[in-house]
Write a protein that binds this ligand. Structure first.
Ligand SMILES: *Cc1c(COP(=O)(O)O)cnc(C)c1O
Length: 495
Protein backbone atom coordinates (compact mmCIF):
# COMPACT_ATOMS: atom_id res chain seq x y z
CA UNK A 1 0.00 0.00 0.00
CA UNK A 2 1.13 3.53 -0.73
CA UNK A 3 2.33 5.38 2.35
CA UNK A 4 0.66 8.81 2.47
CA UNK A 5 1.95 9.77 5.92
CA UNK A 6 4.76 12.05 4.80
CA UNK A 7 2.74 13.80 2.09
CA UNK A 8 2.81 17.62 2.08
CA UNK A 9 -0.49 19.44 2.59
CA UNK A 10 -1.78 21.25 -0.52
CA UNK A 11 -1.69 25.01 -0.60
CA UNK A 12 -5.28 25.87 0.39
CA UNK A 13 -6.52 29.41 -0.08
CA UNK A 14 -6.29 30.98 3.37
CA UNK A 15 -9.11 33.18 4.65
CA UNK A 16 -6.84 36.20 4.08
CA UNK A 17 -6.08 35.16 0.51
CA UNK A 18 -9.78 34.53 -0.02
CA UNK A 19 -10.54 38.05 1.22
CA UNK A 20 -7.96 39.49 -1.17
CA UNK A 21 -9.04 37.59 -4.27
CA UNK A 22 -12.69 37.79 -3.25
CA UNK A 23 -12.52 41.57 -3.34
CA UNK A 24 -10.82 41.40 -6.72
CA UNK A 25 -13.52 39.05 -8.01
CA UNK A 26 -16.34 41.26 -6.79
CA UNK A 27 -14.55 44.22 -8.41
CA UNK A 28 -14.35 42.25 -11.63
CA UNK A 29 -18.10 41.57 -11.58
CA UNK A 30 -18.92 45.20 -10.74
CA UNK A 31 -16.68 46.41 -13.62
CA UNK A 32 -18.31 43.86 -15.91
CA UNK A 33 -21.78 45.14 -15.10
CA UNK A 34 -20.69 48.78 -15.35
CA UNK A 35 -19.20 48.24 -18.81
CA UNK A 36 -21.54 45.60 -20.20
CA UNK A 37 -23.28 47.97 -22.59
CA UNK A 38 -20.18 48.36 -24.73
CA UNK A 39 -19.90 44.60 -25.35
CA UNK A 40 -21.55 42.79 -28.27
CA UNK A 41 -24.68 41.08 -26.89
CA UNK A 42 -24.19 37.82 -28.75
CA UNK A 43 -20.78 36.22 -28.47
CA UNK A 44 -18.87 36.58 -31.70
CA UNK A 45 -16.78 33.46 -31.01
CA UNK A 46 -16.51 30.78 -33.67
CA UNK A 47 -16.95 27.11 -32.73
CA UNK A 48 -13.85 25.86 -30.91
CA UNK A 49 -12.39 29.33 -30.33
CA UNK A 50 -12.65 29.21 -26.53
CA UNK A 51 -11.14 25.75 -26.28
CA UNK A 52 -8.32 26.67 -28.62
CA UNK A 53 -7.26 29.37 -26.14
CA UNK A 54 -7.08 26.90 -23.23
CA UNK A 55 -4.07 24.73 -22.38
CA UNK A 56 -4.40 21.20 -23.69
CA UNK A 57 -3.53 19.62 -20.34
CA UNK A 58 -4.59 20.45 -16.79
CA UNK A 59 -2.13 22.42 -14.64
CA UNK A 60 0.27 20.23 -12.67
CA UNK A 61 1.44 23.04 -10.39
CA UNK A 62 -0.55 25.65 -8.44
CA UNK A 63 -1.32 28.92 -10.18
CA UNK A 64 -2.26 32.25 -8.60
CA UNK A 65 -5.94 33.17 -8.76
CA UNK A 66 -4.97 36.39 -10.53
CA UNK A 67 -4.01 34.28 -13.56
CA UNK A 68 -7.57 33.02 -13.75
CA UNK A 69 -8.97 36.54 -13.48
CA UNK A 70 -6.79 37.57 -16.41
CA UNK A 71 -8.05 34.66 -18.49
CA UNK A 72 -11.59 35.73 -17.70
CA UNK A 73 -10.98 38.87 -19.74
CA UNK A 74 -9.10 37.28 -22.60
CA UNK A 75 -10.50 33.77 -22.96
CA UNK A 76 -13.92 33.67 -21.35
CA UNK A 77 -15.48 37.07 -21.99
CA UNK A 78 -15.24 36.81 -25.80
CA UNK A 79 -17.17 33.54 -25.50
CA UNK A 80 -19.98 35.02 -23.41
CA UNK A 81 -23.42 35.94 -24.68
CA UNK A 82 -24.38 38.69 -22.28
CA UNK A 83 -27.74 37.74 -20.79
CA UNK A 84 -27.67 40.73 -18.44
CA UNK A 85 -27.02 43.19 -21.31
CA UNK A 86 -29.63 45.96 -21.64
CA UNK A 87 -30.03 45.03 -25.31
CA UNK A 88 -30.47 41.29 -24.75
CA UNK A 89 -34.00 40.62 -26.00
CA UNK A 90 -33.80 36.90 -26.81
CA UNK A 91 -35.75 33.87 -25.51
CA UNK A 92 -37.02 34.69 -22.05
CA UNK A 93 -34.62 36.53 -19.75
CA UNK A 94 -32.47 34.83 -17.11
CA UNK A 95 -32.00 37.97 -15.17
CA UNK A 96 -29.98 38.60 -12.08
CA UNK A 97 -29.22 41.34 -9.58
CA UNK A 98 -26.62 42.40 -7.04
CA UNK A 99 -28.46 40.99 -4.01
CA UNK A 100 -29.05 37.68 -5.81
CA UNK A 101 -25.38 37.28 -6.65
CA UNK A 102 -24.35 38.09 -3.10
CA UNK A 103 -26.90 35.56 -1.83
CA UNK A 104 -25.36 33.02 -4.20
CA UNK A 105 -21.91 33.82 -2.86
CA UNK A 106 -23.12 33.23 0.69
CA UNK A 107 -24.62 29.93 -0.43
CA UNK A 108 -21.23 28.86 -1.78
CA UNK A 109 -19.41 30.24 1.25
CA UNK A 110 -21.53 28.24 3.68
CA UNK A 111 -21.14 25.21 1.45
CA UNK A 112 -24.20 23.54 2.91
CA UNK A 113 -25.81 20.46 1.43
CA UNK A 114 -29.42 20.61 2.58
CA UNK A 115 -30.82 17.18 1.75
CA UNK A 116 -32.28 16.73 5.25
CA UNK A 117 -33.61 19.20 7.79
CA UNK A 118 -30.85 17.90 10.06
CA UNK A 119 -28.07 18.73 7.59
CA UNK A 120 -28.84 22.44 8.14
CA UNK A 121 -32.17 23.38 9.67
CA UNK A 122 -31.85 26.95 8.36
CA UNK A 123 -31.53 25.70 4.78
CA UNK A 124 -34.91 23.95 4.98
CA UNK A 125 -36.75 26.47 7.12
CA UNK A 126 -35.66 29.59 5.24
CA UNK A 127 -36.73 27.90 2.01
CA UNK A 128 -40.16 27.03 3.44
CA UNK A 129 -40.47 30.56 4.70
CA UNK A 130 -39.48 32.49 1.58
CA UNK A 131 -41.75 30.29 -0.55
CA UNK A 132 -44.63 31.08 1.81
CA UNK A 133 -43.72 34.75 1.40
CA UNK A 134 -43.61 34.45 -2.37
CA UNK A 135 -46.93 32.55 -2.45
CA UNK A 136 -48.45 35.40 -0.45
CA UNK A 137 -46.98 38.05 -2.76
CA UNK A 138 -48.28 36.23 -5.85
CA UNK A 139 -51.72 35.76 -4.31
CA UNK A 140 -51.56 31.97 -4.63
CA UNK A 141 -54.27 29.91 -2.89
CA UNK A 142 -53.75 29.36 0.84
CA UNK A 143 -53.46 25.59 0.37
CA UNK A 144 -50.00 26.09 -1.17
CA UNK A 145 -48.68 27.52 2.11
CA UNK A 146 -46.46 25.21 4.15
CA UNK A 147 -48.60 25.81 7.21
CA UNK A 148 -51.34 23.61 5.73
CA UNK A 149 -51.30 20.42 3.66
CA UNK A 150 -49.17 21.95 0.96
CA UNK A 151 -45.88 23.74 0.65
CA UNK A 152 -43.23 25.16 -1.62
CA UNK A 153 -39.77 24.08 -2.63
CA UNK A 154 -37.05 25.51 -4.87
CA UNK A 155 -36.34 23.27 -7.87
CA UNK A 156 -33.41 23.80 -10.19
CA UNK A 157 -35.74 24.43 -13.12
CA UNK A 158 -39.32 24.42 -14.37
CA UNK A 159 -38.43 21.24 -16.25
CA UNK A 160 -37.70 19.46 -12.98
CA UNK A 161 -40.91 20.86 -11.52
CA UNK A 162 -42.93 19.30 -14.36
CA UNK A 163 -41.10 15.99 -13.92
CA UNK A 164 -41.78 15.73 -10.18
CA UNK A 165 -45.40 16.83 -10.72
CA UNK A 166 -45.74 13.98 -13.22
CA UNK A 167 -44.24 11.43 -10.83
CA UNK A 168 -46.57 12.61 -8.03
CA UNK A 169 -49.55 12.44 -10.42
CA UNK A 170 -48.63 8.88 -11.43
CA UNK A 171 -48.31 7.93 -7.80
CA UNK A 172 -51.74 9.29 -6.97
CA UNK A 173 -53.61 7.93 -9.98
CA UNK A 174 -52.08 4.47 -9.58
CA UNK A 175 -52.70 4.30 -5.84
CA UNK A 176 -48.99 3.80 -5.35
CA UNK A 177 -48.63 0.99 -7.91
CA UNK A 178 -46.62 3.05 -10.40
CA UNK A 179 -43.89 3.48 -7.83
CA UNK A 180 -43.80 -0.26 -7.17
CA UNK A 181 -44.28 -1.83 -10.58
CA UNK A 182 -43.50 0.97 -13.01
CA UNK A 183 -45.90 2.44 -15.50
CA UNK A 184 -46.31 -0.45 -17.98
CA UNK A 185 -47.56 1.74 -20.83
CA UNK A 186 -50.80 2.59 -19.03
CA UNK A 187 -50.64 6.31 -18.31
CA UNK A 188 -51.19 9.42 -20.42
CA UNK A 189 -50.70 13.15 -19.97
CA UNK A 190 -52.08 16.22 -21.70
CA UNK A 191 -50.90 19.67 -22.68
CA UNK A 192 -51.34 21.99 -25.65
CA UNK A 193 -49.18 22.02 -28.76
CA UNK A 194 -47.73 25.27 -27.39
CA UNK A 195 -46.63 23.70 -24.08
CA UNK A 196 -42.92 23.74 -23.32
CA UNK A 197 -40.81 20.85 -24.63
CA UNK A 198 -40.04 19.92 -21.00
CA UNK A 199 -43.50 18.28 -20.82
CA UNK A 200 -42.53 15.68 -23.39
CA UNK A 201 -39.11 15.37 -21.82
CA UNK A 202 -40.73 14.62 -18.44
CA UNK A 203 -42.73 11.80 -20.06
CA UNK A 204 -39.52 10.41 -21.55
CA UNK A 205 -37.65 10.65 -18.25
CA UNK A 206 -40.50 9.09 -16.26
CA UNK A 207 -40.49 6.14 -18.66
CA UNK A 208 -43.92 6.84 -20.15
CA UNK A 209 -42.47 7.57 -23.56
CA UNK A 210 -43.37 10.28 -26.05
CA UNK A 211 -46.41 8.33 -27.20
CA UNK A 212 -48.05 8.92 -23.82
CA UNK A 213 -48.14 12.69 -24.42
CA UNK A 214 -51.25 14.19 -25.99
CA UNK A 215 -50.44 17.61 -27.40
CA UNK A 216 -53.86 19.11 -28.00
CA UNK A 217 -54.92 21.89 -30.37
CA UNK A 218 -55.14 25.51 -29.30
CA UNK A 219 -57.79 28.10 -29.91
CA UNK A 220 -56.36 30.19 -32.72
CA UNK A 221 -57.45 33.49 -31.22
CA UNK A 222 -56.44 33.07 -27.58
CA UNK A 223 -53.56 30.65 -28.15
CA UNK A 224 -54.84 28.62 -25.18
CA UNK A 225 -55.65 24.91 -25.03
CA UNK A 226 -59.13 23.88 -26.26
CA UNK A 227 -61.03 22.43 -23.27
CA UNK A 228 -63.32 20.38 -25.55
CA UNK A 229 -60.32 18.72 -27.14
CA UNK A 230 -58.98 17.90 -23.68
CA UNK A 231 -62.27 16.35 -22.60
CA UNK A 232 -62.47 14.29 -25.77
CA UNK A 233 -58.88 13.06 -25.50
CA UNK A 234 -59.38 11.97 -21.88
CA UNK A 235 -62.56 10.09 -22.81
CA UNK A 236 -60.93 8.43 -25.81
CA UNK A 237 -57.96 7.30 -23.74
CA UNK A 238 -60.15 5.92 -20.96
CA UNK A 239 -62.25 4.08 -23.55
CA UNK A 240 -59.03 2.56 -24.88
CA UNK A 241 -58.15 1.25 -21.41
CA UNK A 242 -55.51 3.88 -20.61
CA UNK A 243 -55.24 5.90 -17.42
CA UNK A 244 -55.06 9.68 -17.83
CA UNK A 245 -52.80 11.03 -15.09
CA UNK A 246 -51.78 14.65 -15.60
CA UNK A 247 -52.68 17.85 -17.39
CA UNK A 248 -49.99 20.52 -17.73
CA UNK A 249 -51.59 23.92 -18.31
CA UNK A 250 -49.35 26.79 -19.37
CA UNK A 251 -49.57 30.35 -18.11
CA UNK A 252 -47.40 32.25 -20.56
CA UNK A 253 -46.33 29.99 -23.42
CA UNK A 254 -42.75 30.20 -24.57
CA UNK A 255 -43.69 31.34 -28.06
CA UNK A 256 -46.12 34.13 -27.27
CA UNK A 257 -47.05 34.17 -23.52
CA UNK A 258 -50.51 32.77 -24.34
CA UNK A 259 -52.49 31.53 -21.35
CA UNK A 260 -54.46 28.29 -21.15
CA UNK A 261 -58.04 28.59 -19.78
CA UNK A 262 -57.22 27.32 -16.29
CA UNK A 263 -60.76 27.37 -14.99
CA UNK A 264 -62.22 25.21 -17.78
CA UNK A 265 -59.22 22.87 -17.62
CA UNK A 266 -59.39 22.76 -13.84
CA UNK A 267 -63.05 21.78 -13.88
CA UNK A 268 -62.27 18.90 -16.22
CA UNK A 269 -59.33 17.78 -14.07
CA UNK A 270 -61.40 17.91 -10.94
CA UNK A 271 -64.31 15.97 -12.52
CA UNK A 272 -61.99 13.37 -14.05
CA UNK A 273 -59.59 13.17 -11.09
CA UNK A 274 -56.47 14.23 -13.02
CA UNK A 275 -53.54 16.08 -11.47
CA UNK A 276 -53.37 19.65 -12.76
CA UNK A 277 -49.90 21.16 -12.92
CA UNK A 278 -49.55 24.78 -13.99
CA UNK A 279 -46.34 25.73 -15.76
CA UNK A 280 -46.00 29.49 -15.35
CA UNK A 281 -42.23 29.49 -15.71
CA UNK A 282 -41.90 32.96 -17.18
CA UNK A 283 -45.22 34.69 -16.57
CA UNK A 284 -46.07 33.52 -13.05
CA UNK A 285 -43.85 35.97 -11.20
CA UNK A 286 -45.76 38.90 -12.70
CA UNK A 287 -48.73 38.07 -10.44
CA UNK A 288 -46.79 39.96 -7.81
CA UNK A 289 -48.69 42.90 -9.33
CA UNK A 290 -52.34 42.63 -8.23
CA UNK A 291 -53.56 43.95 -11.59
CA UNK A 292 -51.93 40.93 -13.31
CA UNK A 293 -53.43 38.23 -11.08
CA UNK A 294 -55.96 37.48 -13.83
CA UNK A 295 -53.26 35.36 -15.49
CA UNK A 296 -53.88 32.77 -12.76
CA UNK A 297 -57.67 32.81 -12.91
CA UNK A 298 -58.72 29.25 -12.04
CA UNK A 299 -55.50 28.44 -10.17
CA UNK A 300 -57.54 27.11 -7.22
CA UNK A 301 -57.93 23.87 -9.21
CA UNK A 302 -54.20 23.30 -9.46
CA UNK A 303 -52.44 20.49 -7.64
CA UNK A 304 -49.10 22.10 -8.32
CA UNK A 305 -47.75 25.38 -9.69
CA UNK A 306 -44.31 26.47 -10.85
CA UNK A 307 -42.75 29.81 -11.74
CA UNK A 308 -39.14 30.90 -12.21
CA UNK A 309 -37.68 33.78 -10.23
CA UNK A 310 -34.61 32.88 -12.30
CA UNK A 311 -36.32 34.11 -15.42
CA UNK A 312 -38.03 37.35 -14.54
CA UNK A 313 -37.61 38.10 -10.86
CA UNK A 314 -34.00 39.23 -10.58
CA UNK A 315 -32.71 35.98 -9.06
CA UNK A 316 -29.90 34.36 -10.96
CA UNK A 317 -30.30 30.83 -12.34
CA UNK A 318 -31.16 28.38 -10.76
CA UNK A 319 -34.33 29.15 -8.85
CA UNK A 320 -37.68 27.65 -9.80
CA UNK A 321 -40.41 28.08 -7.20
CA UNK A 322 -42.70 25.04 -7.06
CA UNK A 323 -45.75 24.56 -4.84
CA UNK A 324 -47.92 21.53 -4.21
CA UNK A 325 -51.39 21.41 -2.70
CA UNK A 326 -50.78 18.05 -1.02
CA UNK A 327 -47.17 17.59 -0.02
CA UNK A 328 -47.86 14.02 1.12
CA UNK A 329 -48.58 12.98 -2.49
CA UNK A 330 -45.22 14.34 -3.62
CA UNK A 331 -43.26 12.96 -0.68
CA UNK A 332 -44.86 9.50 -0.90
CA UNK A 333 -43.99 9.39 -4.57
CA UNK A 334 -40.35 10.39 -4.13
CA UNK A 335 -39.27 9.39 -0.63
CA UNK A 336 -36.43 6.98 -0.04
CA UNK A 337 -35.17 5.82 3.34
CA UNK A 338 -31.65 4.47 3.23
CA UNK A 339 -30.25 3.55 6.62
CA UNK A 340 -27.44 6.11 6.44
CA UNK A 341 -29.90 9.03 6.31
CA UNK A 342 -32.09 7.92 9.22
CA UNK A 343 -32.35 10.38 12.10
CA UNK A 344 -34.74 11.18 14.90
CA UNK A 345 -35.77 14.61 13.59
CA UNK A 346 -37.01 13.06 10.32
CA UNK A 347 -38.73 10.24 12.15
CA UNK A 348 -40.47 12.60 14.56
CA UNK A 349 -42.50 14.00 11.64
CA UNK A 350 -41.89 17.52 12.96
CA UNK A 351 -39.70 18.51 10.01
CA UNK A 352 -39.62 18.00 6.27
CA UNK A 353 -36.65 16.74 4.31
CA UNK A 354 -36.46 18.39 0.92
CA UNK A 355 -34.62 15.41 -0.61
CA UNK A 356 -38.15 13.92 -0.93
CA UNK A 357 -39.38 16.83 -3.05
CA UNK A 358 -36.94 16.68 -5.97
CA UNK A 359 -34.86 14.44 -8.26
CA UNK A 360 -31.42 14.55 -6.58
CA UNK A 361 -30.81 13.89 -2.92
CA UNK A 362 -28.39 16.77 -2.47
CA UNK A 363 -29.36 20.39 -2.67
CA UNK A 364 -27.90 23.87 -2.46
CA UNK A 365 -29.00 26.66 -0.13
CA UNK A 366 -30.79 28.52 -2.92
CA UNK A 367 -33.29 30.23 -0.61
CA UNK A 368 -30.53 32.68 0.37
CA UNK A 369 -30.54 34.41 -2.98
CA UNK A 370 -34.33 34.64 -3.16
CA UNK A 371 -34.36 35.99 0.40
CA UNK A 372 -31.72 38.55 -0.55
CA UNK A 373 -33.75 39.69 -3.57
CA UNK A 374 -37.03 39.94 -1.64
CA UNK A 375 -35.43 41.93 1.14
CA UNK A 376 -33.40 44.26 -1.08
CA UNK A 377 -36.28 45.21 -3.39
CA UNK A 378 -39.28 44.70 -1.13
CA UNK A 379 -42.57 43.77 -2.75
CA UNK A 380 -42.87 47.38 -3.89
CA UNK A 381 -39.60 47.28 -5.77
CA UNK A 382 -40.42 43.97 -7.40
CA UNK A 383 -43.80 45.24 -8.58
CA UNK A 384 -42.19 48.41 -9.90
CA UNK A 385 -39.69 46.33 -11.83
CA UNK A 386 -42.34 44.11 -13.52
CA UNK A 387 -44.41 47.18 -14.41
CA UNK A 388 -41.44 48.98 -15.89
CA UNK A 389 -40.57 46.02 -18.09
CA UNK A 390 -44.14 45.61 -19.32
CA UNK A 391 -44.19 49.31 -20.09
CA UNK A 392 -40.96 49.07 -22.12
CA UNK A 393 -42.38 46.17 -24.12
CA UNK A 394 -45.56 48.19 -24.75
CA UNK A 395 -43.42 51.06 -26.04
CA UNK A 396 -41.72 48.71 -28.46
CA UNK A 397 -45.07 47.30 -29.59
CA UNK A 398 -46.31 50.84 -30.22
CA UNK A 399 -43.31 51.50 -32.48
CA UNK A 400 -43.91 48.27 -34.41
CA UNK A 401 -47.62 49.09 -34.67
CA UNK A 402 -46.84 52.37 -36.48
CA UNK A 403 -44.94 50.64 -39.27
CA UNK A 404 -47.13 49.26 -42.06
CA UNK A 405 -44.54 46.69 -43.03
CA UNK A 406 -44.94 44.78 -39.76
CA UNK A 407 -47.70 42.92 -37.98
CA UNK A 408 -48.04 41.77 -34.36
CA UNK A 409 -49.67 38.32 -34.55
CA UNK A 410 -50.39 37.71 -30.85
CA UNK A 411 -51.41 39.71 -27.78
CA UNK A 412 -48.54 40.93 -25.58
CA UNK A 413 -49.85 41.23 -22.04
CA UNK A 414 -46.37 40.97 -20.47
CA UNK A 415 -42.86 41.90 -21.63
CA UNK A 416 -42.69 39.74 -24.78
CA UNK A 417 -43.70 41.20 -28.14
CA UNK A 418 -44.01 39.00 -31.23
CA UNK A 419 -43.82 40.67 -34.63
CA UNK A 420 -43.06 39.91 -38.24
CA UNK A 421 -42.82 41.42 -41.69
CA UNK A 422 -46.16 41.05 -43.44
CA UNK A 423 -46.56 38.98 -46.51
CA UNK A 424 -47.19 41.41 -49.37
CA UNK A 425 -48.99 38.73 -51.36
CA UNK A 426 -46.55 38.73 -54.28
CA UNK A 427 -45.53 35.15 -53.58
CA UNK A 428 -42.17 35.91 -52.01
CA UNK A 429 -41.20 33.71 -49.10
CA UNK A 430 -42.00 35.91 -46.14
CA UNK A 431 -40.64 33.35 -43.66
CA UNK A 432 -37.26 33.55 -45.36
CA UNK A 433 -37.44 37.33 -45.24
CA UNK A 434 -38.15 37.34 -41.53
CA UNK A 435 -35.30 34.92 -40.94
CA UNK A 436 -32.99 37.13 -43.01
CA UNK A 437 -34.17 40.11 -40.98
CA UNK A 438 -33.37 38.39 -37.68
CA UNK A 439 -29.95 37.30 -38.87
CA UNK A 440 -29.14 40.80 -40.09
CA UNK A 441 -30.30 42.34 -36.83
CA UNK A 442 -28.26 39.96 -34.70
CA UNK A 443 -25.16 39.99 -36.89
CA UNK A 444 -23.16 42.83 -35.38
CA UNK A 445 -24.09 42.16 -31.77
CA UNK A 446 -25.77 45.46 -30.97
CA UNK A 447 -28.99 43.65 -30.04
CA UNK A 448 -30.11 40.05 -29.78
CA UNK A 449 -33.60 38.79 -30.62
CA UNK A 450 -34.90 35.28 -31.31
CA UNK A 451 -37.71 33.69 -33.29
CA UNK A 452 -40.58 31.23 -33.06
CA UNK A 453 -43.53 30.08 -35.17
CA UNK A 454 -47.00 31.53 -34.64
CA UNK A 455 -49.81 29.93 -36.64
CA UNK A 456 -47.16 28.10 -38.65
CA UNK A 457 -45.41 31.32 -39.70
CA UNK A 458 -41.95 32.40 -38.74
CA UNK A 459 -42.23 35.19 -36.20
CA UNK A 460 -39.68 37.32 -34.36
CA UNK A 461 -39.74 37.78 -30.58
CA UNK A 462 -38.44 40.69 -28.55
CA UNK A 463 -38.57 40.13 -24.81
CA UNK A 464 -37.56 42.88 -22.42
CA UNK A 465 -35.90 41.31 -19.40
CA UNK A 466 -32.70 42.93 -18.26
CA UNK A 467 -33.00 45.25 -15.27
CA UNK A 468 -30.57 47.55 -17.12
CA UNK A 469 -32.90 48.03 -20.10
CA UNK A 470 -34.22 51.55 -20.52
CA UNK A 471 -36.43 53.26 -23.05
CA UNK A 472 -33.43 54.28 -25.17
CA UNK A 473 -32.39 50.64 -25.58
CA UNK A 474 -35.80 49.66 -26.86
CA UNK A 475 -35.77 52.60 -29.27
CA UNK A 476 -32.31 51.65 -30.50
CA UNK A 477 -33.54 48.10 -31.06
CA UNK A 478 -36.39 49.40 -33.17
CA UNK A 479 -34.06 51.57 -35.27
CA UNK A 480 -31.77 48.60 -35.88
CA UNK A 481 -34.73 46.41 -36.86
CA UNK A 482 -36.15 49.08 -39.20
CA UNK A 483 -32.83 49.59 -40.95
CA UNK A 484 -32.38 45.86 -41.39
CA UNK A 485 -35.94 45.51 -42.71
CA UNK A 486 -35.29 48.18 -45.31
CA UNK A 487 -32.12 46.40 -46.37
CA UNK A 488 -33.79 42.96 -46.52
CA UNK A 489 -36.62 44.35 -48.68
CA UNK A 490 -34.21 46.25 -50.92
CA UNK A 491 -32.24 43.06 -51.55
CA UNK A 492 -35.43 41.20 -52.36
CA UNK A 493 -36.58 43.82 -54.86
CA UNK A 494 -33.18 43.72 -56.47
CA UNK A 495 -33.38 40.02 -57.33
C1 LIG B 1 -38.54 28.57 -19.93
C2 LIG B 1 -39.72 27.68 -19.77
C3 LIG B 1 -39.57 26.40 -19.25
C4 LIG B 1 -38.23 25.82 -18.93
O1 LIG B 1 -37.68 26.45 -17.85
P1 LIG B 1 -36.40 25.83 -17.11
O2 LIG B 1 -36.49 26.41 -15.76
O3 LIG B 1 -35.22 26.29 -17.88
O4 LIG B 1 -36.56 24.35 -17.13
C5 LIG B 1 -40.71 25.64 -19.06
N1 LIG B 1 -41.92 26.12 -19.38
C6 LIG B 1 -42.11 27.34 -19.88
C7 LIG B 1 -43.49 27.81 -20.21
C8 LIG B 1 -41.01 28.16 -20.11
O5 LIG B 1 -41.19 29.38 -20.62
Amino acid sequence: MTDYSSHARPDHMSPEEFRHYGHKTVDWIADYWAGIESLPVLSQAYPGEVRAALPKHPPEHPEPFSALLEDLDHVILPGITHWQHPRFFGYFPANSSGPAVLGELLCAGLGVQGMLWLTSPACTELEQHVLDWLAELLGLPAHFQSTGTGGGVIQDSASSATLVALVAALHRVSGGLARKHGTRGRYTLYASTEAHSSVTKAAVLAGLGEDAVRLLPIDRRSGGLEPDALMQAIQDDRAAGLEPALVVATVGTTSTTAIDPLRDIGEICSRKALWLHIDAAYAGVSAICPELRWINDGIEYADSYATNPHKWLLTNFDCDAFWVRDKAALMDALSIHPEYLRNSASESGAVIDYRDWQVPIGRRFRALKLWAVMRWYGAQGLRGYIREQINLAAQFAALVGQDERFEIPAPHPLALVTFRLRSDGDGTDVDAQNMALMNAVNADGRIFITHTKVGGKLTLRLCVGSPMTERRHVEEAWIIICEAATEVQRVREHY
